[in-house]
Design a protein around this ligand. Structure first.
Ligand code: NI
Ligand code: MN
Length: 221
């Protein structure tokens, strides 16, 4: 079954298959958001890579409104604001995998910082399609093990805005280790500080297929 992946701007991504998943839903206050938090389709899972505001964003509000499961590192799910939202919250940790109806979610390491817990990435397997979202990770060579442990990646979402993490060159090296069918750059051009030319990233990723999505654009996997 095909999965529709929509880039919502910055690091926010929507996956629509038999389940609907939103990752790092920073929509309110995001100058590049393609949709408001109030206009989303019915969400089943809200995944948060770390607690920086440009990733946590509207996560708690969306989880509460949609009675969706919040999936994040243990310490985020233990926050008083998270405990209030819904009993379905799933606190996990790096290296672990959870399986629920129609979906498998694994948490991967990310080299970055966080207010509580630790920063992470996710491999999401939905309807037989495998998508990796790196969160805010910097480059680390153990990324090569992500497809080894969790399987061949259909899509890799790579932060490449520089300043807070990988620049285009480092992100392209990450893609070489991750070996996805398709790479999509994220986390750039939201503000001038992280302005990056995605064409540079695409050139350096050759021969990997790179799709440059504007906020609101989607691809079918
Ligand atoms: Ni961050
Ligand atoms: Mn960030």
């Amino acid at each position: 079954m095909p999965v529709k992946l929509t880039y919502l701007g910055h690091a926010a991504v929507l996956l629509q298959g038999t389940k609907t998943v939103i990752i790092d839903p920073f929509l309110t206050g995001n100058p590049k958001a393609s949709i408001g938090a109030g206009n989303l389709p019915k969400i089943d899972y809200v995944l948060v890579t770390h607690d920086h505001y440009d990733h946590l964003g509207d996560a708690f509000d969306i989880a509460k409104k949609h009675k969706a499961a919040l999936v994040a590192i243990f310490e985020i799910v233990q926050l008083p604001a998270a405990k209030k939202i819904h009993p379905q919250s799933i606190g996990m940790n790096i290296g672990g995998t959870i399986e629920a109806e129609g979906i498998r979610i694994s948490m991967t390491p990310a080299l970055h910082s966080a207010g509580v817990g630790a920063p992470a990435g996710f491999v999401v397997e939905l309807d037989g399609k495998r998508i990796y979202h790196g969160g805010d990770t910097a480059f680390f060579s153990d990324m090569a093990y992500i497809p080894k442990f969790f399987g061949k990646l259909d899509v890799t979402l790579v932060p490449m805005g520089g300043y807070f993490g990988m620049d285009a060159r480092q992100a392209a090296e990450a893609v070489k280790l991750l070996k996805p069918k398709t790479a999509i750059p994220i986390h750039y051009d939201t503000w001038p500080l992280i302005h990056t030319d995605p064409a540079e990233f695409r050139n350096q990723c050759r021969p990997t297929d790179v799709r440059i999505l504007l906020p609101g654009n989607d691809i079918v996997i």
